[in-house]
Design a protein around this ligand. Sequence first.
Ligand code: SF4
Length: 322
Amino acid sequence: MKKILTIGRYFKSKFGQRVRKIPISLEGFTCPNIDGSVAKGGCIYCKNESFSPSIAKITPLNSTAITMNFKMTQNPLLEQQIKSLKEQFQWHSQFHKDKFEIRKYMVYFQSYTNTYAPFDTLKRLYEEAIILPNVVGMSIGTRVDCIEDRVLDLLEKYVKDGKEIWLEYGIQSVYDKTLKITNRGHLTEGMEELFVKTRQRGVKLCAHLIYGLPNESPQMMIHSLQTILKWGIDGLKIHPLYVVADTQLAKIYQAGNYTPIELEEYADLIVESMQLIPPDVVVQRVSAGAHDETLLAPKWCFDKNIQMRYLRDRLRAVGIEY
Ligand code: SF4
């Protein structure tokens, strides 16, 4: 039986105990694809709160008019952001300690683009995060067009200090035509170089892919995976594209111009993908969904537990344990 290196197995082998990623969402952070810097309107499927509902319950996202970007010379929200970081960490870590007896944590800057802010702000926030109690490292979600070399240098310093540092890059597809249709605001150019630069510094790289993007065939989705494996990754997240209300994709879907991926087809792709994954790549996620009324389609994305049970069964049938 081939055993997939899940994030739980990886943490256990590396730290000798369970480690929980603590999702953090900070006021003022946004995305250059939303604020008009690279494109307007964001990715066609984007409704950021739906990707991190647990956070949205604690902190309303962007309840301030001030938003981060690279050009800001001063950040009036900084002290508030640090306070919020500590509060969110405290709440989540206490919860996981009380409920699951988990005692080690990684700070996970999850929502929006977490390197899209003035360098001094990032430095201060990362430095505050890394010294929180029982924190073994950080994972930072971002876009491939939002990483400055000095941020990579800073993260390398934490790696040298023995911290576990991950960057999570939203890749979604390696096809420029798909990136254009989905309004990603960037193309694939420069991605491979960025992968190399990131990993050369000892920073671990988790790539995100989406299966079921408009006009993509199963062969294209598998080709995206093969391409990023060739570029070199340490971790992977795959999720099905689902349609959430009040997005551009919702309009396209309601007009009859987008057909969501079926569960069977998605499962076939996950089976094929897991057969391709080398044993040292950490598979952090293969499912996703929106467990509320905002989910328009496909309906099988409503319950991640049912989704995972089915995917695990399908994988087990071909000798893969997830
Ligand atoms: S890059 Fe992420 S946050 Fe930005 S618009 Fe796309 S999905 Fe939304």
